[in-house]
Ligand binder design. Structure first.
Ligand code: NAD
Length: 448
């Protein structure tokens, strides 16, 4: 076995989506030989040519550099990758199950079983995917059944906290490194893998397997709670004539609170927060821990109601019905700096208005292709101007810089009616009003 000793371990990364492609590239950047494995041949082909099949700032450069240097390669052949590496990172998806709040663990179980089966020498399997607490324990028994008898194998959990849009930075310089369920040998091996961030001061938390699994979901549950908290307060602001943005700034100066994730608006979405809090609702209920389930149920409900509120604002702005009204939508991605439209609040609102008979015209700087795949019936255009032209209402649903920088005077000349719904509270309301726009935000007294 080549891990936990003096030799530099060779790494495989199983699943090369947002998490795995970034992790593989970052590990190559840290000096390791890395093989990325995915079941999707199109993804593997693109990555092998140094291309990234999704938008993530800084990642294409890193992939190109290390594919060219030979330190990083990609394959669909898991058996070959497993035989030629020592530490195996599991980075496959854990989406929400159809018809349930629970996480779908089929991919994680299958990938882990396969790696175990293909081991030709001692292996360390490192789970990075976000999983319900208790998954690691079950995977250990799957591994015990599948692995050859003559190899030593360990499973540990090392959850990943990267943010899409800042994934490269977050992987090279993480806030913390959590190592769950490690032995002295596997702890040493992972300290060697993460030597660069550890030497520059990244804290390492060594804990048991269930704690490591729960750290990740709790972090996402807390962030989701923060967003729904401020959206609940925004509703009070709306009724009381207070300004939630000013309020959030004032709250944020308290270091115990912090300013981040206190932007009132359309709420959270994406491939992580919604499915992670739902999986925690499901798992904590299974465990009889009712408090977390009750709290997060409210967080989810408040979050989903933000979408209805924005749909309502658009209907009101069009005089009670959006039928045959032209609605310009700015933003399809679930947040800026990504092309990810999984559970995107922006696309959800766009599709809902479309279903109510509006002519919906969507512009997003990066997410048009992914959005088109998910909602092919909407109309997509290539610029803010095209989305605005002739519109009865213009909605900002993702806070891209390009939108916050747009000129209300110039856009005012293109639209049919100067109606702006700023569902991310990201535009300067006074400037827009001064340019003759009817302007509404969420929880913003400034919108009066
Ligand atoms: P993704 O869908 O972009 O990528 C998953 C990849 O795994 C896909 O390319 C798929 O083809 C591949 N795959 C599935 N089964 C496989 C198998 N048996 N062998 C090899 N490849 C297989 O998902 P993602 O966003 O990268 O998320 C992956 C995991 O990481 C999830 O658990 C997620 O919750 C977690 N996570 C994601 C982020 C994020 O910001 N995206 C951050 C932290 C953690």
């Amino acid at each position: 076995g080549q891990w936990g000793g003096a030799e530099r371990p060779r790494l495989s990364v199983v699943g090369t989506g947002y998490l795995g492609a970034t992790h593989a590239a970052a590990m190559a950047e840290m000096g390791f030989d890395v093989i990325g494995v995915d079941t999707d041949p199109a993804k593997v082909k693109q990555l092998s040519e140094g291309k990234v099949p999704f938008f993530e700032p800084g990642l294409p450069e890193l992939i190109r550099t290390h594919v060219a240097s030979g330190r990083l390669r990609f394959t669909t052949d898991l058996a070959e990758a497993t035989a030629n590496s020592d530490i195996h990172f599991i980075c496959v998806g854990t989406p929400q199950q159809r018809g349930s709040n629970a996480a779908n663990l089929d991919y994680v179980e299958e990938a882990t079983r396969q790696v175990a089966r293909y081991l030709t020498h001692d292996g360390l399997i490192v789970g990075k995917s976000t999983v319900p607490v208790g998954t690691g324990a079950r995977l250990r028994s799957i591994i015990a059944d599948a692995a050859p008898l003559d190899v030593a194998v360990e499973l540990v959990w090392n959850p990943e906290f990267l943010r899409e849009g800042k994934a490269v930075e977050d992987t090279l310089r993480p806030d913390r490194i959590v190592l769950g369920g490690v032995s002295p040998r596997s702890e040493a091996a992972l300290r060697q893998v993460y030597a660069i961030p550890i030497e520059s001061g990244t804290p390492v938390i060594v804990c048991d397997l269930p704690t490591a699994e729960l750290v990740k979901v709790s972090a996402n549950a807390f962030l989701a709670t923060k967003i729904s908290f401020i959206n609940a307060i925004a509703e009070v602001c709306d009724s009381a004539g207070a300004d939630v943005a000013v309020l959030a700034d004032a709250l944020g100066h308290d270091v115990r609170i912090g300013r981040q994730f206190l932007n009132a608006g359309l709420g959270f979405g994406g491939g992580c927060l919604p499915k992670d809090i739902r999986a925690l609702i499901h798992r904590s209920s299974e465990l009889g821990a009712t408090k977390a389930a009750a709290l997060l149920q409210q967080v989810d409900e408040i979050n989903m109601s933000q979408r209805l509120q924005v749909i309502g604002l658009a209907i009101d702005a069009c005089g009670g019905s959006v039928l045959n009204r032209r609605i310009g939508i700015l933003g399809a991605a679930f947040k800026p700096l990504t092309d990810d439209v999984r559970d995107s609040p922006a696309l959800n609102v766009a599709a809902a208005l479309h279903l109510r008979g509006a002519q919906v015209v969507v512009y997003d700087p990066e997410a048009t292709e992914t959005a088109q795949r998910m909602f092919p019936t909407l109309t997509y255009v290539d610029s803010v101007d095209e989305a605005a032209t002739g519109s009865d209402a213009l909605l900002v649903l993702t806070e891209w810089d390009e939108f916050t920088a747009s000129d209300p005077v110039a856009l005012g000349a293109l639209v049919g009616r100067r109606v702006m719904i700023d569902a991310r509270n990201c535009l300067p309301a006074a400037t827009w009003r001064a340019a003759g726009w009817s302007f509404s935000g969420l929880g913003a007294a400034s919108s009066k």
